[in-house]
Design a protein around this ligand. Structure first.
Ligand code: BES
Ligand code: ZN
Ligand code: ZN
Length: 481
């Protein structure tokens, strides 16, 4: 991936000038703005001002605010990029960025914001007028000496934002288009033609033979076949034993026989975890770190067919734990229990990270912007938090309080999947999953709030966010070096 760098402004459809609030523009920026005097622009974060001129060299100039330089961060630049991309139109086939400073991390975040913002789920939009205009070609005014660092980062931005787009396309797709089999096809496609990655799909009869009773039990009320996806990436690994990523893949969560009474239409996004894991393998294939990583995606639909698991039934999980199903709507922890059990038994992993839209209670605890993190291993959690911080994604740890774990016991089985006596629903989900880790270092990420946005943000269009792809990639990258 090469980037288009130049020292002088040449003819361009749009000249983008990012500005700090209290700083005077650089000489080059000033020169570009010469004929405007002092535009009425305060350079607050995400403020923009479009200027038009007859000048053929730069017919449009867009000022983009960065706020005060002392509160500068990569996130400010990412948001500015996202805000800028909302101004793209068919007329803008190329643009030139004239930055106030040549910092590779900030400029890469700026591009990342543009690419994350420039997205629409348009698989079912038939009117071509409503389609997004193509992403313009981007040129950078930079000194030659600063291009090497930046080029490397730009390549990573391209790969990770493509993976985020893949997650969003899969998650935004309605459930009648994104069955467990369809997710399996996506995983197969990611692995195809890549000798470092293998993909194996287990169908229902194989899962019954393997005794994955919880996963099979969740999918029994649906016509669509339950699938268990296993991805494996191995490239001269630095880690001795694999890292396992496990993602909840509930293609639609009607709640089962404990049927949902509100917001059911949103529940196509209950396979975000599975999509995130598959997208991370796409990144692994392209950026090729020295790692051994296993990806697991238990995929099923939680519906109400006549074979559906009934409240009060007892299921036996892959590791032999018996679970009383006190609420069929707490299905995510069941499919992940089997995935975690499978990981522990077959790989003895160095670390397990699961990603799931596990609880609505995560929204109550942390809102829509923060992913809940739970762990049985502080050093591993620290690694995930460090990665999240490095890419400006927000995670917050909730404690797996010992005292709370008793609520997940059942009088007639080893565990219950839900307790009407317990509050702190997000912690209860984590506490249930912890049982299956058998002390393997593990981090649980509950994206119940953060997987989807109803509100447009600078670089999140309404719908699937694609969060945690960047955090988990950063985690893996750090792990490999
Ligand atoms: N998929 C849902 C969690 C969810 C709800 C995510 C809303 C995002 C938004 C999960 O399977 C579920 O239904 N959880 C129940 C658990 C309860 C029955 C213990 C919940 O959160 O209400
Ligand atoms: Zn549910
Ligand atoms: Zn669910």
């Amino acid at each position: 991936m090469s980037i288009d760098v130049q020292q002088k402004i040449t003819k361009t459809d749009l000249l983008v000038i990012p500005f700090y609030a209290e700083k005077t523009p650089t000489a080059q920026q000033q020169a570009a703005l010469e004929q405007y005097g002092h535009p009425d622009f305060e350079a607050k974060p995400n403020e923009t001002l479009m200027l038009y001129q007859k000048n053929k060299l730069t017919p449009r100039i867009l000022l983009v605010g960065l706020g005060k330089q002392k509160s500068d961060s990569t996130e400010v630049w990412r948001q500015a990029g996202g805000t800028l991309a909302k101004k793209f139109s068919k007329a803008i086939r190329h643009l030139t960025v004239l930055p106030p400073k040549e910092d590779a991390a900030c400029l890469a975040a700026f591009l990342e914001g543009m690419m994350m913002s420039h997205y629409r789920y348009e698989a079912f939009i038939t009117d071509p007028e409503r389609r997004l205009s193509p992403f313009p070609e981007v040129r950078w005014i930079l000194q030659e000496k600063n291009t090497v660092d930046f080029t490397k980062k730009v390549n990573e931005v391209h790969v990770t934002t493509e993976a985020i787009k893949m997650v969003r396309d899969m998650v935004n797709a309605p459930s009648n288009q994104m069955s467990p089999s369809k997710i399996a096809e996506h995983a197969t496609r990611v692995a195809r033609g890549n000798f470092k990655t293998r993909c194996t799909i287990f169908g229902e009869s194989k899962l019954i033979k393997l005794k994955m009773g919880c996963l099979v039990g969740v999918g029994k009320g649906a016509m669509e076949e339950t699938k268990f996806i296993v991805l494996e990436y191995k490239n001269k690994p630095k880690n001795k034993r694999p890292i396992v990523l496990a993602g909840k893949g509930i293609c639609f969560d009607a709640g089962g026989l404990n049927i949902k009474t509100s917001n059911m239409e949103e529940m196509k996004y209950d396979m975000t975890g599975a999509a995130t894991v598959i997208a991370l393998f796409k990144i692994l294939n392209e950026l090729k770190p020295n790692l051994h990583v296993i990806g697991l995606a238990p995929c099923a639909e939680n519906l109400v067919g006549e074979a559906a698991t009934k409240p009060g039934d007892i299921l036996t999980s892959y590791d032999g734990t018996t679970v009383e199903i006190t609420n069929t709507d707490a299905e995510g922890r069941l499919v992940l229990a089997d995935a975690i059990g499978y990981a522990v038994k077959n790989y003895k992993p160095e670390a397990i990270i699961d990603i799931a839209t596990l609880t609505g209670a995560a929204i109550i605890a942390l809102g829509f912007d923060i992913t809940a993190l739970m762990t049985n291993n502080a050093p591993l959690a620290e690694k995930v938090k460090t990665a999240a911080k490095a890419v400006d994604e927000k995670v917050w740890e909730l404690p797996l309080e010992e005292e709370y774990k008793k609520y997940m016991k059942s009088p007639i089985a080893d565990l219950a999947n839900f307790s009407p006596k317990a509050s702190a629903g997000t912690i209860m989900g984590g506490a249930f999953l912890e049982h299956f880790t058998k002390n393997t270092p593990w981090v649980h990420l509950d994206m119940g709030g953060s997987a989807w946005t109803k509100e447009e943000k600078p670089y999140f269009p309404v719908g699937a966010t694609g969060r945690m792809v960047r955090t988990l990639w950063k985690f893996l990258e750090n792990y490999s070096s």
